[in-house]
Design a protein around this ligand. Structure first.
Ligand code: TYM
Length: 332
């Protein structure tokens, strides 16, 4: 079966709706048909300051949410990035084939570092995309399910894989992004011109899956729409309504044209009330299941130990090949 790999940061504690619809939902579907590797990327998280106690807790919370979302450790390999030391090792190698200018052009880095200021920006944040390249290439992934904001990092991955292969001989699979158009970018509920994001969205603009479901319903009901009254999908003219339609369509499996028909002649309030109900029905059991996994840390740790072992077997083989191709002298 073709191989997929993806990762998610543990930084925020709760996943937000964009993480789920843009990425995790696809992970769950792909584990059925693909040889799937999914990880919580704690080494990426430390590119910005982290409180150690919170980081450790949030890493478990992230794993619990992935299980609650439907990842099945019998069907996929689920692990924590730092449990597989090859990530850091291959990242060093890939740093040495990445141009400084090439890394400087990464827009996520430019945005984040501009916000933080130069003195607070780490070199780790600068080479963050290169660690992501290593994450992907270690597993010889064919496809990488992510949201739109990761597209540039996937292009870098393809460029570096090609470059290494050309210079040193075929070593890495050149991966393709797996980006589902409809849900590739979920927008902020208060400012539907920008993506929903932990760092940029106001608390009212972002749906945290582990939030109190009542608070979630309230956020949906106060989502920004427009002064028109027609419920119709039009990303340009009606970004707020289109975002709500996208979310409702994805969670219910009803096509957007059908929804438009259903809401003909109805007010925005009706759409929001329905979506709020659907959201509450989704997040309530999700929250409960996450808590159940968190209440059983022994099981969770056992899942991660097994995942790390399976991941390491693959990663070690790729790293050994890469070291060999580079001409690094084998140890003994
Ligand atoms: P992260 O943790 O920021 O986000 C996890 C996933 O959620 C997607 N996403 C969104 N999708 C749609 N709409 C949104 N508003 C939205 N916000 C976030 C992201 O695109 C991502 O797929 N660098 C990655 C983590 C990573 C990784 C990897 C991914 C590290 N190594 C290797 C794939 C392969 C990141 O920070 O994702």
């Amino acid at each position: 079966a073709p191989r997929v790999l993806s990762g998610i940061q543990p930084t925020a504690g709760s996943f937000h709706l964009g993480n789920y619809l843009g990425a995790v939902r696809q992970w769950v579907a792909l584990q059925e048909s693909h040889d799937a590797f999914y990880m919580v990327v704690d080494l990426h998280a430390i590119t910005v300051p982290q409180d150690p106690v919170t980081l450790r807790r949030n890493t478990r919370v992230a794993v619990a949410q992935l299980l609650a979302a439907g990842l099945d450790p019998e069907q996929c390999t689920l692990f924590v990035q730092s449990h597989v030391p090859e990530h850091a090792q291959l990242a060093w190698v890939m740093n040495c084939v990445t141009g400084f200018g090439e890394a400087s052009r990464m827009t996520q880095f430019k945005d984040k570092s501009a916000k933080q200021g130069q003195d607070r920006t780490t070199v780790g944040l600068f080479t963050y995309p290169v660690l992501m390249v290593a994450d992907i290439l270690l597993y010889q992934a064919d496809q990488v399910p992510v949201g739109e904001d990761q597209r540039q990092h996937l292009e870098l991955t393809r460029d570096l894989a090609d470059r290494f292969n050309t210079r040193f001989g075929d070593t890495f699979t050149v991966p393709n992004p797996y980006i589902v158009k409809e849900t590739a970018k979920i927008y902020d509920l208060q400012d539907p011109s920008v993506k929903m994001s932990k760092s940029a969205s106001s608390p009212k603009g972002i749906i945290d899956l582990l939030d109190d479901p009542k608070a979630t319903a309230k956020k949906i009901k106060s989502a920004v729409t427009d002064t028109d009254t027609v419920i119709r999908f039009d990303r340009e003219a009606k970004p707020g309504v289109s975002n709500l339609l996208t979310i409702l369509s994805t969670l219910t499996g009803t096509g957007i044209p059908e929804l438009e028909k259903e809401y003909e002649g109805k007010m925005y309030g009706a759409l929001k009330t329905d979506l709020a109900g659907v959201m509450v029905d989704f997040v309530t059991p999700f929250r409960d299941r996450t808590q159940e996994y968190l209440d059983d840390p022994a099981t969770l740790d056992a899942i991660l130990a097994k995942g790390a072992e399976k991941a390491r077997a693959v990663a070690a083989e790729t790293l050994a090949t890469a070291y060999d191709r580079l001409g690094l002298l084998p140890a003994g």
